[in-house]
Design a binder for this molecule. Sequence first.
Ligand code: UGA
Length: 442
Amino acid sequence: MNITVVGSGYVGLVTGTCFAEMGNHVTCIDIDQDKIEKLKKGIIPIYEPGLEAMVAKNVENGSLHFSTNLEVGMKKSKVIFIAVGTPMGEDGSADLQYVLSVASEIGQKMHKPIIVVDKSTVPVGTADKVAEVISKELKQRDEDIEFHVVSNPEFLKEGAALQDFMKPDRIVIGADNDMAFETMRDLYAPFTVNHDRMIEMDVRSAEMTKYVANAMLATKISFMNEIANICELVDADVNQVRIGIGSDSRIGYSFIYPGSGYGGSCFPKDVKALKKIAEDQGYDAGLISSVEAVNDKQKLVIAEKIVKRFGDDLSGKVFALWGLAFKPGTDDMREAPAIYIAKELVKRGAKIKAYDPKAMHEAQTFYLKDTPNISYYDSKYETLGDANAMILLTEWKEFRSPDFEELKMKLVEPIIFDGRNQYSHLRLESKGFEYYQIGKRT
Ligand code: UGA
């Protein structure tokens, strides 16, 4: 099938590349000329395991094209995906200006029947707005061309996006027309060969599904973080409590790991947007607000532990910071706890020596660019010299089993603050460390 994907960011690029990989002819569009030129050469703007190679392969075999001109793709395409950004507006709602401007361009340039698919995460009712905008443009041109707007939210995890796309848990399709369902079934057929993963529903339910999935996962995390804080107060160990409850299949083991809070571009934005969706209907979504409030507080728990240990004034203190990305497997630092913790410690006079396998460029160029007293190192061990303690904030595999003797030798004092509960208390204490983690008293 010939398809066009508008927006060559994270979601658009993964979507377009995976469809190309399955034998479709795909044109990915973006307004950023520089980005498109780089993509044509196989240079991708983000770090996502396996993506660069897959882009290069499909560009080379002619299945994947890049352009800044929507008309180029639209000429042949039966399906057009909208995968542009929906940044958070000032009031917490998703800003739809990019989605609606693509819709209007589609309306201006379409010459044959098409299916427009909303892939971006958008509030309930957006498909109707997209349809309205396209209809208006067609009316102005005095044209009557058939089109349908479908909602097909993405469920891609950063760091595992290709796998999630190729072997999805589910493919949610919201449509109001049989032909649209049929076309989407054809397009996704190669991804559902062994198991039927298609879940078909009405458009608004599909739009809502995306927010609810993310809000549910965020709720599990905030719930566990709150429990962790209570465990600490009553001298229980949240790590044991987690195993105790996860064994109940109704609860399950996943997404109940306590830590320094959730970050990234999705959970924080989608939880806020869902709260706003409810608010706009006059409904006070108290639980969802609490999920957000708990997370905001949780991001600073490790900083509070450091202050409790070293005092309010941290001048003269040096901390080795392991991990900057909001989670392993990505260079993404959006809403990463590391930003909040580094800023808090620096504000109190501390110096930070940081290392992350992938996110240092992001930190230096954007997220911690204006924060003084942070230096960056090429390996985890180089951060340790003169440091009063090591702080772990992203659970990269390479941090899981470090050489503790080297840590002990290089740190001023053998102290570890672990914001992701990667080590065992007993083990570290037996090695002579003072070990602080989330949800367990030291
Ligand atoms: C999330 C969802 O998992 C995807 O299904 C969804 O498609 C995506 O958002 C999106 O809306 O585009 P992602 O943001 O890549 O994916 O990250 P996750 O792997 O879900 O992790 C989110 C955050 O939760 C991380 O900061 C992680 O450290 C934290 N987390 C996760 C915990 O603190 N505890 C856990 O038990 C699990």
